[in-house]
Write a protein that binds this ligand. Structure first.
Ligand code: ADE
Ligand code: ZN
Length: 344
């Protein structure tokens, strides 16, 4: 059961978000506003009609709508507005640092120049109000040559992003397909991550580690199907960026009470909680924490662990990481004890 005290602790604790697709933060209201601003016609009558379409049966059924929603993004200002809106929502959730995914191929395939995409997103990140860095994702349903061409386009902007990721339709698009582009990215000093074990089997997590040499696994919840893999992930303290509301909306688990988050924590895995595509899945980061803690046997010790894990797994320098971890410890040692419970 989630007490008011625990809910307030979850809301107020300092945290990092490590798995958020910026295109997945595009709210229906902003989709409609940008469609109007850019003269794009949408196959939905209203904001409500669009929201009604957000009933997904699996990852692909979501991706079809998500790519359609992103089609309203045309100008640098559009990318800026979307990113600024997310950063302000994250700040309100006491997110101190965010590592934000963006999908350039979704936009360059529509004729939007690469620099329009990255400059708009990056400028918003520079302005705050929280610390934010960017991870460029390759769409795994496209070819590796397309990913290599995207990495080439990104080179003049190398200073604007810190890592590369792999997202979109997982099953049938094994990590091995992207071995060369990830090798090239690593040589450029980019930090590698990949979605694996969301819908795909444990073997995809293993090849993300062995072939792509990733430093974090996005989702990874299917690792429990392989005890040997779990042992390895624990030994290497490989972070998993778990997204509870996403997993329910995309039917990875039937209901939140059936989510394996508590089991993952009990096994000693370096679990973090994240929002994935908050505009589509019913909530930003605090709503993910609250939904998970409401349905699962999780207490304040888990909250502290998850907050610590989020900074420990972040691609931050040692000094910044230490400072954020100290902030978490201080919050739980002092502030949490006399958290003011909001009576409303
Ligand atoms: N792109 C946006 N969200 C995604 C997810 N949950 N899995 C794979 N690709 C995505
Ligand atoms: Zn994702």
């Amino acid at each position: 059961m989630l007490t008011e005290q625990l809910r307030t602790t979850l809301q107020q604790m300092p945290k990092a978000e490590l798995h958020i697709h910026i295109e997945g933060s595009l709210e229906p209201e902003l989709i409609f506003a940008l469609a109007q601003r850019n003269g794009v016609s949408l196959p939905y009558e209203s904001v409500e009609a669009l929201r009604q379409a957000y009933a997904f049966s699996d990852l692909q059924s979501f991706l079809d709508i998500y790519y359609a929603g992103a089609s309203v993004l045309l100008t640098e200002q559009d990318f800026y507005d979307m990113t600024a809106a997310y950063l302000h929502k994250a700040a309100a959730d006491n997110v101190r640092h965010a590592e934000i995914f963006f999908d350039p191929q979704t936009h360059t395939a529509r004729g939007v120049p690469f620099e329009t995409v990255i400059n708009g997103i990056w400028r918003a990140c520079q302005e705050g109000p929280i610390s934010a860095t960017l991870i460029m994702c390759f769409l795994r349903h496209l070819s590796e040559d397309d990913a290599l061409a995207t990495l080439d386009q990104a080179l003049p902007h190398r200073d604007k992003f810190i890592g590369v990721g792999l997202d979109s339709s997982e099953v049938g698009h094994q990590p091995e397909k992207f071995a060369r582009v990830f090798e090239r990215a690593r040589q450029l000093g980019l930090r590698p991550v990949a979605h694996a074990g969301e819908e795909g089997p444990p073997a995809y997590i293993e090849s993300a580690l062995d072939v792509l040499k990733v430093e974090r696994i996005d989702h990874g919840v299917r690792c429990l199907e392989s005890p040997e893999l779990v042992e390895r992930l624990v030994r290497e303290q490989m972070a998993l960026t778990v997204c509870p509301l996403s997993n329910i909306k995309l039917r990875v688990f039937d209901v939140m009470a059936a989510h394996n988050l508590r089991t993952l924590l009990d096994k000693g895995l370096a679990v973090t909680i994240n929002s994935d595509d908050p505009a589509y899945f019913g909530g930003y980061l605090n709503e993910n924490f609250i939904a998970a803690f409401d349905a699962l046997p999780l207490d304040v010790s888990h909250a502290r662990q998850l907050a610590r894990n989020s900074f420990a797994a972040a691609f931050l320098g040692d000094e910044a990481k230490r400072a954020f971890l100290a902030e978490v410890d201080s919050f739980f040692e002092h502030a949490a004890a006399d958290t003011v419970v909001n009576p409303t």
